[in-house]
Ligand binder design. Sequence first.
Ligand code: HEM
Length: 406
Amino acid sequence: MAGPIDLAFDPWDPEFLADPYPAYAGLRARGRVVRYEPTDQWLVPHHADVSALLRDRRLGRTYQHRFTHEEFGRTAPSPAHEPFHTLNDHGILDLEPPDHTRIRRLVSKAFTPRTVERLKPYVHGLANELVGKLVEAGGGDLLTDVAEPLPVAVIAEMLGIPEADRGPLRPWSAAICGMYELNPSEDTAARAVRASVEFSDYLRELIAERRKEPGEDLISGLIAAHDEGDRLTEQEMISTAVLLLNAGHEATVNATVNGWYALFRNPGQLAALRADHSLVPSAIEELMRYDTPLQLFERWVLDDIEIDGTTIPRGAEIAMLFGSANHDPAVFRDPGRLDLTREDNPHISFSAGIHYCIGAPLARIELAASMTALLERAPTLTPAADPRRKPNFVIRGLEGLPVELR
Ligand code: HEM
């Protein structure tokens, strides 16, 4: 184990948030596992360890399938937060086998590679339309004009959320996602609880409508999906729909703006991409590595594990630093350099193991669609002002990305 934490690692410090990657190098140099008191967690900064731990069944996203809060040495969440936890705890991201296996299998049935592939023309058409409007206006905000509306519309369309109902999706998602930051405040929790109640009520009604009148959408698919007599309960359906709607756009929005901001800061790489659009697929992977949209994921230690001679006991919490793993020189040559032609790129941005991102193929289609539309239709796109970074650490993004066409 390493000594006291490197002060450069401070997830609440705007300077750290502006560029966390040098502090990660400091952490990796300190050791394979570093105790971090402010969050009562064990930080894991190396790629090999993150990759192995994501597949390690002695860890879990929850412990409630095996232990009570008391048995695990933790306190039950406040009853005032119950609506958030009920919603969160029944979605596959926060379940472990056997529930995770059962529900993920059912969700996968409604969320097949063919369904996703069939969406391609719609996603490209929408990307062209949004970029077309941006070009007509001579510029705007890449976040609100393209990065946000594209994945929100796609996932809402997949789930069959009527267009008139889509307004609150972003604010509900943002309020709920506040709980995934480190040490969320009471205000953040109150906002998440309110959003959880409203979002759940909305979906309960929509599910009732689809039960009466099924459509081609994924919610109807979830209602119909059954596997060896197994069905989703109503709460599992609500939680899965919320998870798909939130996970289905949050990271894609940030990957888009983080990616373009990185391109603007690396004009040589942007010029190479503009000269050769066949680089789009490798550019997307490299941008997801270079400025990782989701920086940290947590796991509970269900059975004692040992990392580099340090025993991490049952009941402890591990924080895997994806941004650090993606900049580990043991795996990536010259990791601080943006190289859109990088071939060997085993970045960890979509996770690994049983929780591997179910939406990765869809995210890649969306990112390719907006990037291609912007390269083809807005070849002179430049930043119009310095963007402001969101004050979040786990979900890394920008408040906006003002752009203009020169
Ligand atoms: C750039 C975009 C995206 C990134 C970086 C991303 C990243 C991730 C990561 C890291 C996880 C696993 C977290 C963990 O291991 O604890 C995950 C899970 C998940 N993602 Fe994504 N995601 C993206 C887009 C999407 C999209 C478009 C969908 C749409 C359906 C989606 C749906 C999900 C779901 C349902 C899970 C839970 C899977 C499970 O627990 O079995 N994601 N994502």
